[in-house]
Design a protein around this ligand. Structure first.
Ligand SMILES: *Cc1c(COP(=O)(O)O)cnc(C)c1O
Length: 418
């Protein structure tokens, strides 16, 4: 009863008692009738208990609660709170647990929205932030201050697939009286279980693998019951980034097939990473499942599968990246990840790393070792793997455009913003 394939279908949902419907009805109601006086009303309004009666959908709702229960079961967490987007989850987490005068240590390479929130905005509220390479536990330890309250790492890190040692970071955080938060979006609960390795929080963009169909935004924070309840009471209510019940219902439906989808993403990811590594037009491939990945040994210890995200460098650099983007037919040149559709996107280093005002030259030097002139980030979807390989092969072998159309357009992009 506690295997992931079973939980993905059954956790959080029971037959509807009034109709017998096997799928939970979608509750779009924003407000719930309450008993006029007494303890139940008090509980609903103060949310003293995590399972308080529903009062208002920004605080809780039956469809949202079903999703929270299923996610908790899949991650082995005491509790979950779901949010409008992954970024709403990240912001709810840091604004609940960090105050003016506190110090945060975070990955220098993270989802751009997260690292920009940390480096550009938290300091405006008096929160000190140090960005380090969280794949190097010694750098994290060296960055500790007496006021460090949280360590935040993304693993595998978007977009370069660096891996952080969750158990080692948990030990460092707890030794310093801080909490460890792990953004596990790229791995998901089938491939990686940060809470079992000692993390205090897991953050997910549900938009990606967990929904898996590219049709709903969502986010979640999972962890200890008291902490999650604090996020709900202090930040969901006050910052207001509540998830739409409709999206929650779609994500519940997506989760049913998560373990099966994940098997396919893992198998195709590894096969395509090997194909790319052997391809004459590709200079370097980063995939945690490849022996050549700098953190492969750690990834093998910490993950039960390596996922569908691959980053690679092209020998032909920008011109080759533009050709690849133009010539793919099955892959779409698009941002986001974790969908049934295969996607790829190019990150030129000068635009995404060198231009970041919050990165020091030392940060940039370390990141350059992974990105070179730029990397293609591929999200391997659920299509037939041989079709995907054939598509990449024909696009990689296409003649690189000699004309300036692509690079000139890129120049304009650089001048007028992303
Ligand atoms: C996409 C993503 C986010 C942000 O999620 P949204 O749902 O787009 O707000 C956060 N972390 C990682 C690793 C992501 O890939």
């Amino acid at each position: 009863m506690d295997e992931l394939e079973t939980l993905a279908i059954h956790a959080g949902e029971e037959a509807d008692p009034s109709t017998g419907a096997l799928r939970l009805p979608l509750h779009m109601a924003t407000t719930f009738k309450l008993p006029p006086f007494g303890i139940k009303l008090f509980d609903a309004l103060t949310m003293e208990s995590a399972r308080a009666p529903h009062a208002y959908t920004r605080w809780s709702n039956p469809t949202l609660r079903a999703l929270e229960d299923r996610l908790s079961a899949l991650e082995g967490a005491q509790a979950a709170v779901v949010t409008a987007t992954g970024m709403a989850a990240v912001s709810a987490l840091v604004f609940t647990f960090l105050s003016s005068g506190d110090h945060l240590i975070a990955s220098e390479v993270c989802y751009a929205g997260s690292v920009e929130l940390f480096a550009l905005h938290l300091p405006r509220f008096g929160i000190q932030v140090t960005l380090v390479d969280t794949s190097d536990a010694e750098q994290v330890r060296a960055a500790l201050r007496p006021n460090t309250r949280m360590i935040y790492a993304e693993t595998p890190a978007n977009p370069i697939t660096r891996i952080a040692d969750i158990a080692a970071l948990a030990q460092i955080a707890h030794g310093a009286g801080a909490r460890l938060a792990i953004d596990s979006t790229w791995a998901g609960p089938v491939n990686q279980r940060p809470l079992a390795l000692g993390a205090d929080f897991v953050v997910h963009s549900l938009t990606k693998y967990l929904n898996g169909h590219g049709d709903a935004l969502g986010g979640a924070v999972l962890g200890h019951l008291d902490d999650i309840q604090r996020i709900r009471k202090e930040m969901l209510v006050h910052l207001g980034g509540a998830l739409s019940p409709f999206n929650a219902w779609l994500i519940l439906r997506g989760l049913i097939t998560l373990p099966m989808r994940c098997e396919r993403h893992n198998a195709s990811g590894l096969e395509i990473a090997r194909f790319l590594e052997a391809h004459p037009k590709v200079s370097r491939v980063f995939y945690p499942g490849l022996e050549s990945h700098p953190h492969h040994e750690l990834a093998k210890r910490q993950m039960s599968g390596f996922g569908g995200m691959i980053s690679f460098q092209l020998k032909g650099r920008l011109g080759a990246a533009i050709t690849l983007a133009e010539k793919v037919r099955l892959f779409s040149y698009a941002t986001s990840l974790g969908h049934a559709h295969s996607l790829l996107f190019y990150y030129p280093t000068d635009l995404y790393v060198d231009a970041a005002p919050y990165l020091s030259s030392e940060h940039k030097r370390r990141i350059h070792e992974w990105t070179g002139q730029g990397i293609v980030r591929a999200s391997i979807g659920l299509e037939n793997v041989n079709d995907l390989i054939a598509d990449l092969d024909q696009a990689l072998n296409a003649r690189t455009l000699k004309g300036l159309a692509g690079p000139a357009a890129y120049g304009l992009l650089k001048r007028f913003g992303k």
